[in-house]
Design a protein around this ligand. Structure first.
Ligand code: GLU
Length: 467
């Protein structure tokens, strides 16, 4: 049997990290078994679904590298098929028209509440449809009355629901449009899905869906309901815990593999291993190893993972992602040294790509302002002399490379009987505007002689202007 899994988001917002974890687990399961992963956009709620949100989902999936073998399928393009199945259910006596008005249903609910009963439809039209002229009926599924449904969940084990607890759910609205539980079953069936992996907020829908599968004479897929993700305060992860949209992690300078590694550990583990390459995730992941209980989101750990991936990934790979951040700063990395070489210098000193981009701007554009504190300390009249001295030394270098640059910084410090830092720091402020950079010699080599000398000259002029 070929494993077929799916991710079926509703496009009513951005791609949430919880959704991304569902997508990841479904994707991993398919990839592990050489199966197929399908993307389905559940856009039947016409009021809440937007194209913008569809785009955000596709963008998020692409950024995370969660590629799909089929889709995206759109439920709004499948209305004819849903109608066909609804007609079939009516025809075989597994569905019926219901004319009960909102007022009647409200009154029923009120009465049930007063009797301390669980509010549910009483099946009035199931027995004798009270046809009302001029009233458009809904269509309800005839849920079995007796017995129980067992959701044989790959994560939670057997979860049993009494049919008496499930009322006859509406499968088509008065305007004929199908509802969620119907469309999901038709799609999961038509798309040949073997495994339905989704958030456990859908667990209560599963017995209803299983009953529809059975009414259609179909095999029921394996269900796996993933435990919730909680914020650090123990409440369900939401906007108030900070960033929850996948793309906001990109914007904040995270690498997709850091987020994936982070997400895979939310509810799944393999011994006490924390770092998983994508290949390892695929090899080691199993849906039956997912925890039953909720897992908590921990931003510090995500940051730690990001730093790990920044340190250990290839410079080219990071440069590819960094280039997007440089673009956001209005920098075209073509106007300066190769971004991969910049990354090599910065890899050890950044926790996020935003930090790396900010600290690498000087490679691509002239410093126009100096940090006040840095300038007060390092761009003094005394340092103007040092800068001038270094200008002379560096401009006469036959070859612009780190070793020679280093040796001149040293010579200058010896000649002036000052520490090397006293020579290096004014140059650092001159080129970066601040006091932080990778080792100065390699930084200057990469920056190039022209930009270095121009920056030293500008800083000297600036110091003289302050007098
Ligand atoms: N569209 C549903 C949601 O976004 C998911 C449905 C499913 O996975 O069965 O919550």
């Amino acid at each position: 049997m070929t494993i077929r899994t799916r991710f079926a988001p509703s496009p009513t917002g951005y791609l949430h990290v919880g959704g991304a974890r569902t997508a990841l687990f479904s994707w991993l399961y398919a990839r592990k078994h050489g199966g197929q992963f399908i993307l389905r956009i559940e856009d039947t709620d016409l009021e809440r679904s937007t194209q913008e949100s569809v785009n955000a989902i596709l963008e998020g999936m692409a950024w995370l590298g969660l590629d799909y073998d089929e889709g995206p399928f759109y439920q709004t393009q499948r209305f004819d098929r849903y109608k066909e199945i609804i007609a079939q259910l009516l025809e075989q006596g597994d569905a019926y028209y219901c004319y009960c008005s909102k007022e009647e249903l409200d009154a029923l609910r009120e009465q049930q509440r007063a009797n301390k009963e669980k509010p549910r439809y009483n099946g009035k039209c199931r027995h004798a449809p009270a046809v009302k002229a001029g009233v458009l009926p809904v269509i309800r599924f005839k849920n079995p009355i007796e017995g129980s449904v067992v959701v044989d969940d790959a994560i939670k084990g057997n979860v049993e629901f009494q049919n008496s607890e499930l009322d006859d759910l509406i499968i088509a609205r008065p305007d004929g449009t199908p509802t969620y539980n119907l469309t999901v079953v038709v799609d999961d069936l038509d798309m040949g899905l073997t495994h339905v992996i989704r958030g456990d907020d859908h667990l209560n829908n599963s017995p209803r869906q299983i009953n529809i599968f059975k009414a259609l004479g179909a095999d029921v897929p394996v269900f796996a309901h993933l435990p919730m993700i909680l914020g650090d305060d123990g409440a369900r992860l939401s906007k108030r815990h900070g960033a929850v949209s996948v793309m906001s992690y990109r914007d904040d300078g995270f690498l997709p593999e850091a987020l994936l590694n982070y997400l895979v550990r939310l509810g799944w583990s393999h011994g006490d291993q924390e770092i998983f390459s994508i290949d390892e995730m695929i090899a080691l992941f199993d849906i039956t190893d997912v925890n039953k209980s909720a897992s908590a989101f921990n931003s510090d750990k995500l940051l730690w993972l990001n730093q790990h991936y920044i340190k250990t990934s290839s410079a080219e790979h990071i440069a590819h992602h960094l280039s997007w951040h440089m673009g956001k700063l209005g920098i075209d990395p073509a106007n300066g040294p190769s971004l991969s070489e910049v990354v090599e210098l910065q890899q050890e000193r950044a926790k996020t790509l935003v930090e790396m981009a900010n600290n690498s701007q000087f490679f691509y554009r002239e410093v126009t302002e100096y940090d006040e504190k840095a300038a007060r300390k390092n761009l003094t009249p005394a340092s103007a002399e040092i800068l001038e001295d270094m200008y002379q030394r560096l401009s006469s270098l036959p070859e612009w490379q780190a070793e020679a640059i280093h040796s001149h910084i040293k010579k200058c410090s010896v000649a002036r009987e000052i520490g090397m830092g006293k020579v290096a720091q004014p140059i650092r402020v001159a080129i970066t505007g601040n006091t932080m950079s990778p080792p100065l010699d390699v930084t200057l080599e990469l920056l190039g002689s022209e930009r270095t000398l121009a920056a030293i000259r500008s800083a000297t002029i600036w110091i003289n202007d302050q007098k």
